[in-house]
Design a protein around this ligand. Structure first.
Ligand code: AMP
Length: 204
């Protein structure tokens, strides 16, 4: 993982929200319906999660945000937080055609025990046989990875999240990476971009 390689914590708002739903916290109860329908969780809830998480010690040297910001309002909120903390920003967009994404997501399975994510493309006839190679637990599909919810998530992405590309491009912060390649190659490209950026910013 790029975060491990750079020794940065990876903060995924989707993971934090799924955990809250699983643990039936107040946040989870509020977020569940939105997530299951493929809609975005309201900005105020997600902004608060991120702000709180960024205040922890392990973020002092850097961090990776995954799945945030997803709206212009969230990006503006983040600008405010970063300005206060003097954070250098790099935005990496991993591009994949919708058709490829739909195929990949139909085959995405994860381990409910250790959280490891797998690609089961092509799907075997007996999906019950899919087990985690770390702990042997039967793999499950995310509730929002079904075809109907996926369609809505893509619509939401194009309407609410895609405008962020121009938002960050306009400020010279956006770099695009071709995601329709082997995982190792995508990983290598992102790492190289991050390293160059760190060097240029004199963060070593
Ligand atoms: P992900 O794991 O990133 O695909 O996120 C799963 C779901 O969590 C999304 O479809 C949204 O419902 C919710 N979510 C995650 N991140 C955000 C965010 N930044 N803003 C609003 N909702 C989010």
């Amino acid at each position: 993982m790029v975060g491990t390689e750079l020794r940065f914590p990876v903060i995924s708002t989707g993971d934090i929200l799924r955990e809250s739903v699983r643990d039936q916290t107040k946040l989870g109860t509020l977020a569940k319906g939105y997530m299951e329908s493929g809609a975005l969780v309201p900005d105020e809830l997600v902004d608060a999660i991120v702000k709180e998480r960024l205040q922890r010690k392990d973020c002092a040297e850097g961090f990776i945000l995954d799945g945030f910001p997803r709206t212009i309002r969230q990006a503006e909120f983040l600008d405010g937080v970063f300005k206060d903390q003097g954070v250098e920003t790099l935005v990496v967009g991993i591009t994949v055609a919708d058709s490829v994404l739909v195929r990949r997501i139909a085959g995405r399975r994860s381990c409910p025990n250790c959280g490891k994510v797998f690609s089961a493309v092509p799907l075997p006839d007996n999906q019950d046989a899919l087990k985690c190679d770390e702990c042997g637990t039967g793999l499950v599909q995310r509730k929002d990875d079904t075809a109907e919810v996926m369609e809505e998530r893509l619509r939401v992405y194009h309407r609410q999240t895609q405008p962020l590309i121009d938002y960050y491009k306009g400020r010279g912060l956006y770099v695009e990476v071709d995601g329709d390649r082997r995982v190792e190659d995508v990983f290598g490209s992102i790492l190289e971009i991050a390293r160059k950026r760190r060097e240029a910013a004199g963060v070593f």
